[in-house]
Design a protein. Structure first.
Length: 451
């Protein structure tokens, strides 16, 4: 077993028949043969006798002077038959890379230590933003999972959290065994896509080994290794180019309904109820609804509106010219691959309005509108904060955490509508519009539809 850092000749698979000279970041050779019988027993001897074998004749070659060359920043996909020796290879690579300054330190999935008594969001990243980014890259992209502990996860989620711990460790090289092997294939492809993008963004060398061979397009490796049973090993250096996730090409954006919203509403981090709905669109992947966006009529004076609109025009002309993204939700298995962006970009041109606005808390953590919508972070004014806190204390519900319809329904069930009217008259008239204009507009639309 030897390691060389010398000029090597390799095949360029993008140009068949061409061989080029290059400098190896790490070129390692491996020979491994399982000789004889480690532990003898009566049955071992009986089987050997029946087959006419001497115990010293039991010999299985796994690697025969195999050579692998890895460059810093490579994404390496190791696949092949179960029992073929993939784990043996990547553990050898991890051990040799740990000695090489271009690759060390090395984080390996089988060495990851996990605390079981803390929420996941506490265990990765230097701060909340890094934690969310790292968990999302490993396919753990919903807030409900971030708040759970390791023992509360499914086996597939535990595997992805171990991946998150490894890639978020700050190591130069990350080695993952049994990569996405226990996940359904759609989730596996999405995870492969988001994880390789995360690694490339940080110039981390990523090695992923798994018996499943359907991740080539989404892992988009620069080095593709196929390990067959026995000593046969195929090593192919590729020339990967940035490209979208293979699943995204299959996603269709269609007109939707409240039924589509109900399918995914439980995944939204805020209220599941809607108010003032104008249009709904859905993202469909091979017959399955994987995303929904709900467009509604705008608020009276949303935070930051004057940064983009003339105040007088907005107050008098917004209906018919502006729609608000009230809710957008994507199934956790498909977040990070561009479904939300595609859903918005393909539905907005069908709205027949000049402007679309969104007020989103999640945008601070996951900027899914970045690049195609103007963005502005608005802090709640002190006077408004005080008024909202007064409302919460008086009526027992938070205006910032629940939809208009839910707030009104809650107050009505408590028999406090009269108190609400008095409070509105004593405070500011605009609060009345903030609460009731969306519902009033929805009723107006329904009346016109009946006519």
């Amino acid at each position: 077993m030897t390691v060389f850092r010398i000029p090597v000749v390799y095949d360029d698979s993008s140009k068949p028949g061409r061989r080029e000279l290059g400098l190896a970041g790490l070129r390692t050779g491996l020979t491994k043969v399982f000789d004889g019988v480690v532990r003898r027993s009566e049955r071992v001897g009986e089987v050997a006798e029946l087959m006419g074998l001497g115990l010293e004749d039991v010999r299985l070659p796994v690697y025969d002077e195999a050579e692998v060359e890895v460059e810093p920043g490579d994404v390496v996909y190791v696949t092949g038959e179960s029992g073929g020796g993939k784990s043996l290879l990547i553990r050898h690579l991890a051990a040799e890379m740990a000695k090489h300054p271009d690759f060390a330190p090395v984080a390996a999935s089988w060495n990851v230590k996990v605390r079981r008594d803390r929420p996941l969001i506490d265990l990765v990243g230097g701060d909340v933003y890094q934690g969310v980014e790292t968990l999302s890259a490993a396919g753990l992209s919903d807030v409900f999972t971030w708040f759970r502990c390791f023992d509360e996860l499914s086996d597939g989620q535990r595997m992805r959290f171990i991946f998150a711990k490894a890639v978020g460790s700050g190591a130069k090289t990350v080695v993952l065994d049994e990569f996405c092997s226990s996940l359904d294939r759609e989730t596996a492809k999405a995870t492969a896509y988001t994880l390789q993008r995360f690694a490339r963004k940080r110039k981390t060398t990523l090695i992923a080994a798994t018996a499943v061979n359907d991740l080539l397009e989404d892992l988009n490796p620069s080095l593709y290794i196929v390990k067959h049973f026995g000593p046969r090993l195929e090593v192919n250096r590729l020339d990967p180019k940035p490209k979208p996730c293979s699943l995204l090409n299959k996603v269709l954006v269609e007109e939707g309904s409240t039924e589509d919203w109900r399918l995914l509403s439980f995944l939204h981090y805020r209220s599941h109820r809607l108010g003032g709905v104008v249009r709904i669109f859905r993202a469909v992947l091979e017959g399955r609804v994987v995303g929904v966006v709900v467009y509604s009529n705008p608020y009276l004076k949303p935070a930051g509106f004057s940064r983009f609109f003339d105040t007088e025009w907005y107050l008098t002309q917004r209906f018919g010219n502006v729609l608000r993204i009230q809710r957008v939700v994507v199934h956790p298995s498909f977040r990070g691959i561009g479904v939300a962006r595609k859903l918005l970009q393909m539905s907005m041109p069908r709205l027949d309005v000049a402007f679309v606005e969104i007020l989103s808390s999640m945008e601070k953590l996951v900027p899914f509108t970045k690049g195609f919508m103007h963005r502005f972070v608005a802090d709640t004014a002190p006077a408004k904060k005080a008024r909202l806190e007064e409302f919460r204390s008086m009526f027992g519900i938070d205006l910032q955490k629940h939809g208009v319809a839910e707030v009104m329904g809650f107050i009505a069930r408590r028999g406090m509508l009269g108190t609400l009217r008095k409070w509105l008259r004593l405070t500011r008239a605009e609060m009345l519009y903030y609460l009731l204009a969306p519902i009033a507009f929805e009723k107006q639309v329904r009346r016109k539809t009946r006519k």
